[in-house]
Design a protein around this ligand. Sequence first.
Ligand SMILES: C[S@@+](CC[C@H](N)C(=O)[O-])C[C@H]1O[C@@H](n2cnc3c(N)ncnc32)[C@H](O)[C@@H]1O
Length: 277
Amino acid sequence: MKNLNKDIERHYLKEGLFEAILNRLNNQNIDLGAVKRSDIAGVDEFHVRGASVSRELAELIHINGLKVLDVGCGLGGPCRMLVDEFNCNVTGIDLSAEFIKTARALSKLVRLDQRTDFVVGDASNLPFEDSSFDVVWTQHVQMNIPDKKRFYSEIKRVLKPEGLFLYYDIFISKDITIEYPMPWASSSDHSFLFNSNEMGLILNELGCKCLRATNQTEAGIEYFDVLIARLKDFGPPNMGLNVLMGESTKPKLLNLLEHLKNGALILESGVYKKESS
Ligand SMILES: C[S@@+](CC[C@H](N)C(=O)[O-])C[C@H]1O[C@@H](n2cnc3c(N)ncnc32)[C@H](O)[C@@H]1O
Protein backbone atom coordinates (compact mmCIF):
# COMPACT_ATOMS: atom_id res chain seq x y z
CA MET A 1 0.00 0.00 0.00
CA LYS A 2 2.88 2.32 0.88
CA ASN A 3 4.39 1.82 -2.59
CA LEU A 4 1.03 2.26 -4.29
CA ASN A 5 0.44 5.53 -2.44
CA LYS A 6 3.93 6.73 -3.40
CA ASP A 7 3.21 5.87 -7.06
CA ILE A 8 -0.10 7.71 -6.93
CA GLU A 9 1.52 10.73 -5.33
CA ARG A 10 4.14 10.65 -8.09
CA HIS A 11 1.44 10.42 -10.76
CA TYR A 12 -0.08 13.71 -9.56
CA LEU A 13 3.24 15.41 -8.73
CA LYS A 14 3.87 18.78 -10.35
CA GLU A 15 6.72 20.41 -8.51
CA GLY A 16 6.63 24.18 -8.16
CA LEU A 17 2.88 24.16 -8.72
CA PHE A 18 2.14 27.27 -6.67
CA GLU A 19 4.87 29.24 -8.46
CA ALA A 20 3.46 28.07 -11.82
CA ILE A 21 0.01 29.36 -10.79
CA LEU A 22 1.51 32.70 -9.65
CA ASN A 23 3.29 33.03 -13.01
CA ARG A 24 0.04 32.48 -14.85
CA LEU A 25 -1.75 35.06 -12.70
CA ASN A 26 1.09 37.47 -13.50
CA ASN A 27 0.68 36.70 -17.23
CA GLN A 28 -2.93 37.84 -16.89
CA ASN A 29 -1.83 41.03 -15.08
CA ILE A 30 -3.82 40.02 -12.00
CA ASP A 31 -2.81 41.93 -8.87
CA LEU A 32 -1.44 39.23 -6.52
CA GLY A 33 -2.79 41.20 -3.56
CA ALA A 34 -6.35 40.94 -4.86
CA VAL A 35 -6.66 37.45 -6.34
CA LYS A 36 -10.25 36.15 -6.43
CA ARG A 37 -11.33 32.49 -6.19
CA SER A 38 -12.64 32.74 -9.73
CA ASP A 39 -9.11 33.65 -10.95
CA ILE A 40 -7.84 30.20 -9.89
CA ALA A 41 -10.99 28.12 -10.42
CA GLY A 42 -9.66 26.69 -13.70
CA VAL A 43 -6.90 24.89 -11.82
CA ASP A 44 -8.09 24.25 -8.26
CA GLU A 45 -11.14 22.09 -9.08
CA PHE A 46 -9.64 18.86 -10.45
CA HIS A 47 -12.72 17.05 -11.76
CA VAL A 48 -15.05 17.12 -14.77
CA ARG A 49 -17.11 20.37 -14.82
CA GLY A 50 -15.04 22.21 -12.20
CA ALA A 51 -16.58 24.71 -9.82
CA SER A 52 -20.12 24.53 -11.22
CA VAL A 53 -20.58 20.86 -10.29
CA SER A 54 -19.12 21.45 -6.81
CA ARG A 55 -21.73 24.17 -6.24
CA GLU A 56 -24.48 21.83 -7.48
CA LEU A 57 -23.26 19.13 -5.09
CA ALA A 58 -23.27 21.55 -2.15
CA GLU A 59 -26.79 22.66 -3.03
CA LEU A 60 -28.13 19.09 -2.82
CA ILE A 61 -28.37 19.48 0.96
CA HIS A 62 -28.62 22.27 3.56
CA ILE A 63 -24.86 22.51 3.97
CA ASN A 64 -24.63 26.05 5.37
CA GLY A 65 -22.50 26.28 8.50
CA LEU A 66 -21.80 22.52 8.71
CA LYS A 67 -18.50 20.83 9.55
CA VAL A 68 -17.25 19.19 6.34
CA LEU A 69 -14.38 16.85 5.45
CA ASP A 70 -13.22 16.81 1.81
CA VAL A 71 -11.51 13.44 1.20
CA GLY A 72 -8.86 13.70 -1.54
CA CYS A 73 -9.21 17.49 -1.62
CA GLY A 74 -6.45 18.14 -4.20
CA LEU A 75 -5.71 21.88 -4.37
CA GLY A 76 -8.71 22.67 -2.18
CA GLY A 77 -10.93 24.67 -4.55
CA PRO A 78 -14.15 22.98 -3.34
CA CYS A 79 -13.07 23.52 0.31
CA ARG A 80 -12.66 27.26 -0.31
CA MET A 81 -16.04 27.40 -2.05
CA LEU A 82 -17.75 25.68 0.91
CA VAL A 83 -16.16 28.14 3.34
CA ASP A 84 -16.72 31.26 1.27
CA GLU A 85 -20.17 30.63 -0.19
CA PHE A 86 -21.73 28.31 2.43
CA ASN A 87 -19.97 29.39 5.63
CA CYS A 88 -18.90 25.80 6.32
CA ASN A 89 -16.09 24.73 8.63
CA VAL A 90 -13.92 22.66 6.25
CA THR A 91 -10.98 20.30 6.48
CA GLY A 92 -9.37 18.88 3.35
CA ILE A 93 -7.16 15.79 3.37
CA ASP A 94 -4.99 14.55 0.51
CA LEU A 95 -2.20 12.04 -0.06
CA SER A 96 -0.11 14.56 -2.00
CA ALA A 97 2.17 16.76 0.12
CA GLU A 98 2.68 19.05 -2.89
CA PHE A 99 -1.08 19.48 -3.35
CA ILE A 100 -1.61 20.22 0.36
CA LYS A 101 1.25 22.75 0.36
CA THR A 102 -0.31 24.39 -2.71
CA ALA A 103 -3.82 24.24 -1.20
CA ARG A 104 -2.59 26.15 1.87
CA ALA A 105 -0.76 28.73 -0.27
CA LEU A 106 -3.81 29.23 -2.51
CA SER A 107 -6.06 29.74 0.53
CA LYS A 108 -3.64 32.40 1.77
CA LEU A 109 -3.57 34.01 -1.68
CA VAL A 110 -7.37 34.42 -1.69
CA ARG A 111 -7.43 35.35 2.02
CA LEU A 112 -9.29 32.23 3.20
CA ASP A 113 -6.38 30.64 5.09
CA GLN A 114 -7.91 31.38 8.50
CA ARG A 115 -10.97 29.37 7.55
CA THR A 116 -9.57 26.32 5.72
CA ASP A 117 -7.54 23.49 7.20
CA PHE A 118 -5.51 21.11 5.04
CA VAL A 119 -3.92 17.86 6.18
CA VAL A 120 -1.63 15.36 4.41
CA GLY A 121 -3.02 11.85 4.86
CA ASP A 122 -4.49 8.67 3.43
CA ALA A 123 -8.21 8.40 2.78
CA SER A 124 -8.04 4.74 3.80
CA ASN A 125 -6.74 5.65 7.24
CA LEU A 126 -8.31 8.97 8.19
CA PRO A 127 -6.56 10.71 11.11
CA PHE A 128 -9.82 11.88 12.70
CA GLU A 129 -11.92 10.73 15.65
CA ASP A 130 -15.14 8.78 15.11
CA SER A 131 -18.24 10.95 14.50
CA SER A 132 -16.27 14.15 13.82
CA PHE A 133 -18.03 15.59 10.74
CA ASP A 134 -21.58 16.53 9.69
CA VAL A 135 -20.70 15.96 6.04
CA VAL A 136 -18.01 13.98 4.22
CA TRP A 137 -17.47 15.01 0.62
CA THR A 138 -15.40 13.38 -2.12
CA GLN A 139 -14.93 14.06 -5.83
CA HIS A 140 -12.96 11.88 -8.28
CA VAL A 141 -10.78 10.11 -5.69
CA GLN A 142 -11.94 6.51 -5.14
CA MET A 143 -10.58 5.44 -8.58
CA ASN A 144 -7.12 5.52 -6.95
CA ILE A 145 -8.14 3.36 -4.00
CA PRO A 146 -8.09 -0.45 -4.23
CA ASP A 147 -9.81 -1.28 -0.93
CA LYS A 148 -13.25 0.24 -1.42
CA LYS A 149 -14.68 -1.26 1.81
CA ARG A 150 -11.95 0.38 3.81
CA PHE A 151 -12.41 3.72 2.01
CA TYR A 152 -16.19 3.88 2.67
CA SER A 153 -15.83 2.44 6.19
CA GLU A 154 -13.50 5.29 7.08
CA ILE A 155 -15.95 7.83 5.65
CA LYS A 156 -18.79 6.30 7.66
CA ARG A 157 -16.66 6.14 10.83
CA VAL A 158 -15.82 9.87 10.84
CA LEU A 159 -19.41 10.89 10.03
CA LYS A 160 -21.70 11.83 12.89
CA PRO A 161 -24.91 9.76 13.22
CA GLU A 162 -27.38 11.14 10.62
CA GLY A 163 -24.38 12.74 8.88
CA LEU A 164 -24.36 12.99 5.08
CA PHE A 165 -21.91 11.62 2.53
CA LEU A 166 -21.77 13.59 -0.74
CA TYR A 167 -19.95 12.17 -3.76
CA TYR A 168 -19.30 13.05 -7.39
CA ASP A 169 -17.37 10.26 -9.02
CA ILE A 170 -16.37 8.19 -12.01
CA PHE A 171 -17.64 4.60 -12.14
CA ILE A 172 -17.33 1.72 -14.54
CA SER A 173 -20.54 0.91 -16.38
CA LYS A 174 -19.77 -1.43 -19.31
CA ASP A 175 -17.13 -4.10 -19.63
CA ILE A 176 -14.98 -2.37 -22.26
CA THR A 177 -11.18 -2.23 -22.06
CA ILE A 178 -10.20 1.16 -20.64
CA GLU A 179 -7.52 3.10 -22.51
CA TYR A 180 -4.90 4.95 -20.47
CA PRO A 181 -3.58 7.49 -19.59
CA MET A 182 -6.49 8.87 -17.61
CA PRO A 183 -6.38 11.98 -15.42
CA TRP A 184 -6.11 9.78 -12.28
CA ALA A 185 -3.71 7.10 -13.58
CA SER A 186 -1.12 6.64 -16.30
CA SER A 187 -1.90 2.92 -16.55
CA SER A 188 -4.33 0.35 -15.20
CA ASP A 189 -1.82 -0.45 -12.41
CA HIS A 190 -3.02 2.55 -10.41
CA SER A 191 -6.66 2.57 -11.40
CA PHE A 192 -9.32 0.72 -9.39
CA LEU A 193 -12.58 1.46 -11.15
CA PHE A 194 -15.77 -0.15 -9.88
CA ASN A 195 -19.51 0.05 -10.34
CA SER A 196 -21.73 2.52 -8.46
CA ASN A 197 -24.07 -0.36 -7.51
CA GLU A 198 -21.14 -1.97 -5.72
CA MET A 199 -20.57 1.29 -3.87
CA GLY A 200 -24.26 1.24 -2.89
CA LEU A 201 -23.99 -2.32 -1.53
CA ILE A 202 -20.94 -1.42 0.55
CA LEU A 203 -22.57 1.72 1.93
CA ASN A 204 -25.84 -0.10 2.69
CA GLU A 205 -23.92 -2.79 4.57
CA LEU A 206 -22.23 -0.04 6.55
CA GLY A 207 -25.63 1.35 7.54
CA CYS A 208 -25.81 4.24 5.06
CA LYS A 209 -28.94 4.88 3.04
CA CYS A 210 -29.01 6.39 -0.46
CA LEU A 211 -31.07 9.61 -0.51
CA ARG A 212 -30.21 10.56 -4.06
CA ALA A 213 -28.13 9.47 -7.07
CA THR A 214 -27.90 11.37 -10.36
CA ASN A 215 -26.23 10.28 -13.56
CA GLN A 216 -24.04 13.25 -14.60
CA THR A 217 -22.54 11.69 -17.73
CA GLU A 218 -24.40 13.77 -20.34
CA ALA A 219 -23.48 17.00 -18.54
CA GLY A 220 -19.84 15.84 -18.47
CA ILE A 221 -19.83 15.05 -22.19
CA GLU A 222 -21.36 18.45 -23.03
CA TYR A 223 -18.72 20.16 -20.91
CA PHE A 224 -15.90 18.32 -22.70
CA ASP A 225 -17.35 19.02 -26.15
CA VAL A 226 -17.39 22.77 -25.41
CA LEU A 227 -13.88 22.59 -23.89
CA ILE A 228 -12.45 20.78 -26.92
CA ALA A 229 -14.04 23.24 -29.37
CA ARG A 230 -12.51 26.08 -27.36
CA LEU A 231 -9.10 24.36 -27.34
CA LYS A 232 -9.26 24.06 -31.14
CA ASP A 233 -10.08 27.77 -31.52
CA PHE A 234 -7.91 29.30 -28.80
CA GLY A 235 -5.36 26.67 -27.65
CA PRO A 236 -4.76 25.66 -24.02
CA PRO A 237 -6.19 28.08 -21.44
CA ASN A 238 -3.83 30.18 -19.31
CA MET A 239 -5.34 28.75 -16.12
CA GLY A 240 -6.72 25.27 -16.72
CA LEU A 241 -6.14 21.65 -15.74
CA ASN A 242 -3.22 21.69 -18.20
CA VAL A 243 -1.30 23.46 -15.40
CA LEU A 244 -1.67 20.23 -13.40
CA MET A 245 -1.40 17.63 -16.15
CA GLY A 246 1.06 19.29 -18.55
CA GLU A 247 1.61 17.64 -21.92
CA SER A 248 -0.48 14.60 -21.04
CA THR A 249 -3.64 16.73 -20.63
CA LYS A 250 -4.93 16.08 -24.14
CA PRO A 251 -4.63 12.23 -24.22
CA LYS A 252 -6.00 11.98 -20.67
CA LEU A 253 -9.07 14.12 -21.36
CA LEU A 254 -9.71 12.52 -24.78
CA ASN A 255 -9.56 9.00 -23.28
CA LEU A 256 -11.97 9.99 -20.53
CA LEU A 257 -14.36 11.62 -23.01
CA GLU A 258 -14.23 8.59 -25.32
CA HIS A 259 -15.17 6.25 -22.46
CA LEU A 260 -17.98 8.51 -21.26
CA LYS A 261 -19.31 8.49 -24.83
CA ASN A 262 -19.02 4.71 -25.36
CA GLY A 263 -20.65 3.97 -22.01
CA ALA A 264 -17.64 2.27 -20.39
CA LEU A 265 -17.62 4.97 -17.70
CA ILE A 266 -20.26 7.13 -16.08
CA LEU A 267 -20.22 10.19 -13.88
CA GLU A 268 -22.55 10.07 -10.90
CA SER A 269 -23.25 12.32 -7.95
CA GLY A 270 -25.32 11.58 -4.90
CA VAL A 271 -26.05 11.68 -1.20
CA TYR A 272 -26.02 8.93 1.46
CA LYS A 273 -27.11 9.30 5.05
CA LYS A 274 -25.47 7.51 7.97
CA GLU A 275 -28.35 5.95 9.87
CA SER A 276 -28.11 6.37 13.63
CA SER A 277 -27.53 2.92 15.15
C1 LIG B 1 -8.53 13.92 -9.58
S1 LIG B 1 -7.91 14.58 -8.11
C2 LIG B 1 -9.38 15.30 -7.38
C3 LIG B 1 -9.03 16.39 -6.38
C4 LIG B 1 -10.23 17.07 -5.72
N1 LIG B 1 -11.12 16.13 -5.12
C5 LIG B 1 -10.98 17.90 -6.73
O1 LIG B 1 -12.01 17.43 -7.20
O2 LIG B 1 -10.53 19.02 -7.04
C6 LIG B 1 -7.70 13.12 -7.12
C7 LIG B 1 -7.06 13.42 -5.76
O3 LIG B 1 -7.14 12.26 -4.93
C8 LIG B 1 -5.97 12.22 -4.15
N2 LIG B 1 -5.80 10.85 -3.63
C9 LIG B 1 -5.63 9.71 -4.34
N3 LIG B 1 -5.53 8.66 -3.51
C10 LIG B 1 -5.66 9.14 -2.25
C11 LIG B 1 -5.64 8.56 -0.95
N4 LIG B 1 -5.45 7.25 -0.77
N5 LIG B 1 -5.81 9.37 0.11
C12 LIG B 1 -5.98 10.70 -0.04
N6 LIG B 1 -6.00 11.31 -1.24
C13 LIG B 1 -5.84 10.54 -2.33
C14 LIG B 1 -4.89 12.65 -5.12
O4 LIG B 1 -3.70 13.03 -4.47
C15 LIG B 1 -5.59 13.79 -5.85
O5 LIG B 1 -5.40 15.01 -5.20
